[in-house]
Design a protein around this ligand. Structure first.
Ligand SMILES: Nc1ncnc2c1ncn2[C@@H]1O[C@H](COP(=O)(O)OP(=O)(O)OP(=O)(O)O)[C@@H](O)[C@H]1O
Ligand SMILES: [Mg+2]
Length: 315
């Protein structure tokens, strides 16, 4: 089942008669499979926060449908299964971290024992145990972000929606948030988050979606979506003749620890190279495929989409 589905979602900001209308979402159709970490990417102003706010009922769509776990995203049953961290979280500064989490537990009608238990468990999970009794007003950005993640989890949600949870965190903070998200996924939950930190998204997300000007321009499993851009083929006992011929079709050939590494920038040459190596009595040991990294992929796809728009080829 999909945790999130949107169908032809449109959002137009601006009054009906206003000339200054912004088409924040322009027919967004999106599927987020259950029990995955989904990375929602897009340039500034692409419509990521708008999508998230519509899913949570904080902004009304102009048209289109949104479903969470197959039901209308606005239904009470569904809302109870969702945790949310906003883009720029602000919390009551006079409360302590623990006090704030207990207060959040009260808002969702947890009994006092359960509130306290969950608050302590979450403070430990987000590594804020030592700051539990400190007032939020003295917290650094990274600490605030952790409180934000903890409050998103207070209701033990099946779907966690986080708007830029790793932005502004130091490397240790990013790593600890990544570990939390992966452990949530391993517990069976679905995590939907927006981010501009593409290196982390690439490592951690099972599925990604790329939004540009309110439209989804790409979506799929990270491993499948990042195209193969060549391979390193490791071989041994390659004859001199085969080596010479192979050099002509490879980007480079190197020798390491008695093994040859044939680097190809085009996968269509793989078969020809294997024939050459084997015909001279050589043996292929390993084929390591190289993939485009997410940053290259993202920049390329957004640029292609912009070009299409400029050429007026959008349907
Ligand atoms: N309340 C609003 N009123 C008018 N326009 C808005 C409003 N909120 C967002 N927009 C516009 O809608 C578009 C999408 O904004 P949104 O915040 O969803 O983008 P985003 O992808 O989250 O960007 P970022 O990466 O900067 O967070 C932008 O052009 C923005 O200016
Ligand atoms: Mg945003």
């Amino acid at each position: 089942m999909n945790a999130i589905e949107t169908v032809l979602l449109r959002k137009q900001y601006g009054w009906f008669f206003s000339r200054e209308k912004v088409h924040a979402l322009d027919g967004l159709t999106l599927n987020v499979p259950e029990n995955t970490i989904f990375g929602f990417l897009g340039p500034n102003g692409a419509g990521k926060t708008t999508t998230i706010k519509i899913l949570l009922g904080l902004v009304l769509p102009t048209s289109g449908e949104t479903r969470i776990f197959g039901a209308d995203s606005q239904s009470q049953n569904v809302r109870e299964r969702v945790g949310y961290l906003p883009e720029n979280p602000r919390f009551y500064p006079h409360l302590t971290a623990r006090g704030f989490l207990v207060f959040c537990g009260k808002l969702i009608h947890l009994d006092p024992m359960e509130r306290a238990k969950r608050a302590d468990m979450l403070l430990e999970r987000v590594d804020l145990k030592d700051a539990a009794e400190q007032k939020i007003k003295g917290f650094s950005r990274g600490m605030l972000q952790r409180v934000g993640i903890a409050q998103a989890l207070i209701g033990d949600p099946d779907l966690v929606i986080l708007d830029e949870p790793i932005t502004g965190l130091d490397p240790m903070g990013r790593r600890s948030v990544k570990q939390i998200l992966v452990s949530l996924r391993d517990e069976g939950k679905t995590i939907f988050f927006s981010s501009h930190v593409l290196s982390d998204v690439e490592k951690m997300c099972d599925v990604i979606g790329v939004l540009n000007r309110g439209r989804l321009i790409d979506s799929g499993y990270t491993k499948e979506i990042l195209g193969e851009i060549g391979a390193d083929i490791w071989a041994e006992k390659v004859s001199g003749d085969a080596l010479q011929k192979a050099e002509a079709i490879c980007k480079s050939v190197t020798l390491k620890d008695g093994k040859f590494c044939f680097s190809l920038d085009d996968m269509s040459k793989q078969e020809k190279l294997a024939e050459l190596v084997q015909s001279g009595g050589g043996k292929i040991l390993e084929v390591v495929k190289n993939r485009e990294d997410l940053e290259e992929f993202f920049l390329r796809r957004v640029q292609e989409d912009e070009q299409k728009r400029n050429e007026g080829r959008m349907e």
